[in-house]
Design a protein around this ligand. Sequence first.
Ligand SMILES: C[S@@+](CC[C@H](N)C(=O)[O-])C[C@H]1O[C@@H](n2cnc3c(N)ncnc32)[C@H](O)[C@@H]1O
Length: 221
Amino acid sequence: MPAVAEGVYTPQEDSQLLIDVMEKSGLARQSRVADLCTGSGVIAIAAAQQGAAEVSAFDICPRATRYARQQVSLAGADVAVHVGSWARAAEFGPYDLVVSNPPYVPHDPSVEGLDMPATVGPSRAWDAGYDGRLVLDPLCASVKGLLARGGTMLLVQSEFAEPRRTLAALAACGLDAEIVAWQWIPFGPVLSARAQWLEDTGRLDPGRREEELVVIRADKA
Ligand SMILES: C[S@@+](CC[C@H](N)C(=O)[O-])C[C@H]1O[C@@H](n2cnc3c(N)ncnc32)[C@H](O)[C@@H]1O
């Protein structure tokens, strides 16, 4: 896949899986939507195209938000793109739908960053601490406060960031959470480079080089 822009995460299978689930669910239609960790804006723009009433998108990387604004304008979509942490979404909520494809790739914090092709974007787009949960944990703990009554979150992550911990964290906040979609994909360049470390730390069966992505849906009563 060609890089969207230097230093911006190029939408991958995870982005598309989330867009597909959002479309099938019909949840964006006439909803106030927040896209947390928007990158190129691809999911936010899809939400607008699926009939959202309002879309707000957030990314900590100014390069990404600049690019997302260009894409929003090219698509003729109505999306407000904000630079800053996903937590800024609290300023503009509540939302009927929160969508997110956050960084979730485990990495060994004692090892220097990887030298990756431009197509995969900067390491902050995917690196998420030893267990891959650096963004997932605080996001799960806060999302209930972002949602309107009856609102829903759709979140995509890898098996390597332990989806059952996401389910447990969301349930602990009183949200009704379940896995609603799965997809097996071959390792990309980042996981290929980390495969040996994942094997050594007991998180990957020797020789396996594919990962399962899941989409988690969490509903607020
Ligand atoms: C895996 S990329 C996903 C981008 C886009 N949603 C997609 O699916 O193509 C994750 C994005 O999260 C952003 N990010 C990382 N930490 C963040 C944080 N704390 N708050 C907001 N955005 C963050 C990165 O800059 C990156 O653009």
